[in-house]
Ligand binder design. Structure first.
Ligand code: ATP
Length: 341
């Protein structure tokens, strides 16, 4: 029988690396953390990495890739990994990679992502191709805007034009999407789908803690206007939430449909951790504005497991650990190809 000691688990030191590496160690793997020189402190302090490989910048990943191949390391992609390398570069990785690379192309392109989610019968906010058609609150999202910087809200074509004027002709603001603004609460659902067990699990939920959006309520409306506060959605952390229990069946079904639809898009389909990010309105409609086809930072509050993983596993089970367990199971069943892509 193949043995997990023949493999190592590696990831970039950022995003969800602490949880991924801790989970891998809990499952018995040796771990490698690839760190930017000035960012290694947490990975040393929390003792999650058996080995630290230093690079100047994440884009230098390919310079050390051979070291990973030589050690039979399996790379776990996360949000920063995909953001820093880009999905084209990820597809060139020769080292073992957990998850289907082909699916990343579908999550990183807004129109492809929409096609996928519509095919899965997921409710999406309406898109307005023409600003003149705006007939309700909309949110204008610039492509590639990091952390939702510069996103703005408008209610009419006139308001759109007057607010857009400021951005016209400036770099990074040429492309944008006009999306219906859903008034409700943000809910991010963390899933895990294993090709080995054929089962979809819900690992937990979170909402983001964004600056300054989450602090605007601390200032009176009049002051917001007087000071000219503009809303930004710079992510600074994640807040755990527990979903109203009667919404769980719907959340499971949405996850099932997304996995099923993914199988038509890329060989192997979507597996491992993923997340549906959306808003639940007062009629309990769950509108999804984004899918992440890999582990999300919203799972970080649950290093020791979430209320949901506690129901299912009588031991601490983070998403990072669940992922390592999937790999361990694949190795022990001689089916490693089922978790690589
Ligand atoms: P990306 O991951 O694409 O970089 P981002 O961080 O730039 O995303 P989003 O996650 O799309 O931006 O949205 C930023 C914030 O705006 C989030 O807090 C989200 O809750 C809110 N938001 C996004 N789309 C909508 C919508 N259609 N209706 C209401 N709120 C929305």
């Amino acid at each position: 029988m193949a043995n997990i000691s023949d493999y190592k688990i590696a990831t970039l030191g950022s995003h969800t690396a602490l949880q991924i590496l801790k989970g891998a160690k809990d499952e018995g793997f040796e771990t490698i953390c690839i760190c930017q020189k000035d960012k290694k402190r947490p990975y040393e302090s929390y003792g999650v990495a058996d080995q630290i490989i230093e690079i100047d910048a994440f884009k230098d990943f390919f310079k050390i890739e051979q070291q990973l191949i030589d050690q039979n390391a399996i790379i776990i992609p996360h949000g920063s990994f995909v953001a820093y390398l880009g999905h084209e570069k990820v597809s060139q990785i020769k080292a073992m990679h957990y998850g289907t690379k082909g699916i990343l192309e579908w999550e990183s392109d807004r129109s492809k992502e929409r096609e996928w989610l519509l095919d899965a019968d997921i409710k999406l906010p309406k898109i307005f191709d023409n600003p003149e058609d705006i007939d309700r609150p909309v949110i204008i999202k610039f492509h590639g805007a990091l952390g939702g910087k510069g996103y703005f809200i408008a209610n009419t074509p006139e308001e759109f034009h007057s607010k857009y004027k400021k951005y016209e002709g400036t770099e990074g603001h040429e492309e944008f999407v006009i999306q219906e603004y859903i008034v409700g609460v943000p809910v991010y659902t963390h899933y895990f789908y294993s090709r080995l067990t054929g089962e979809l699990e819900i690992m937990g939920f979170d909402k983001r803690y964004e600056s300054n959006a989450d602090s605007i309520g601390r200032v009176a409306a009049k002051d917001q206007v007087d000071v000219g506060i503009e809303t930004t959605y710079t992510i600074t952390g994640n807040v755990p939430i527990v979903l109203r229990e009667s919404l769980l069946p719907q959340a499971f079904e949405m996850g099932d449909r997304v996995v099923e639809a993914s199988q038509k898009l890329a060989d192997g389909g979507l597996f491992g951790p993923f997340c549906l990010e959306g808003i639940i309105d007062p009629m309990l409609n769950y509108y999804v504005f984004e899918i992440s086809a890999r582990i999300v930072a919203g799972t970080n509050p649950y290093v020791h497991g979430s209320p949901y993983t506690w129901l299912r596993y009588d031991e601490p089970m983070s998403t990072g650990r669940r992922l390592a367990r999937d790999i361990k199971m694949a190795i022990e069943q001689n089916q490693i190809e089922k978790v690589l892509g």
